[in-house]
Write a protein that binds this ligand. Structure first.
Ligand code: 5GP
Ligand code: ZN
Length: 112
């Protein structure tokens, strides 16, 4: 499958990894939007948040556990943001489920 994040998960495309286990991996975004900008993805190809089902939703809980650990490791003690963009209106550009962990600066709300 021609999916850039599947290729990053398999190592076919290189990335700077922040975390990896048998089910998920985390790597630094190529175009960081904050001092800390890490993407966390399931290794299994799930196209977007729209494809979350009772069968695969456990991976989301696991991703949030690892996000909390990565936030601690990166000293984001003053807070951070976890973002999922879904579909065209959501601004999703890579069609493989991913969560942005952003931190190291103050964030605005609402997002643009
Ligand atoms: P989206 O807009 O789909 O929520 O986010 C996709 C993110 O993936 C963007 O922040 C973009 O910079 C990042 N990205 C796209 N291709 C690559 C890549 O090959 N390597 C890395 N490390 N990040 C990528
Ligand atoms: Zn994929």
């Amino acid at each position: 499958m021609d999916c850039v994040f599947c290729k990053i998960a398999s190592g076919e495309i290189p990335s700077k990894k922040a975390y990896e286990d048998d089910k998920i991996c985390a790597f630094y975004d190529l175009d960081p939007q904050a001092p800390v900008h890490i993407l966390i993805i399931p290794k299994e190809h799930i196209a977007s948040a729209r494809e979350i089902t009772p069968e695969n939703s456990g991976i989301v809980a696991h991703i949030f556990e690892v996000a909390a650990k990565l936030a601690e490791e990166n000293h984001l003690d003053n807070g951070f943001r976890i973002v999922n963009n879904c579909g065209e209106d959501g601004g999703q550009t890579v069609q493989h489920l991913h969560f942005h962990l952003l931190g190291g600066r103050s964030m605005k709300w609402p997002p643009g």
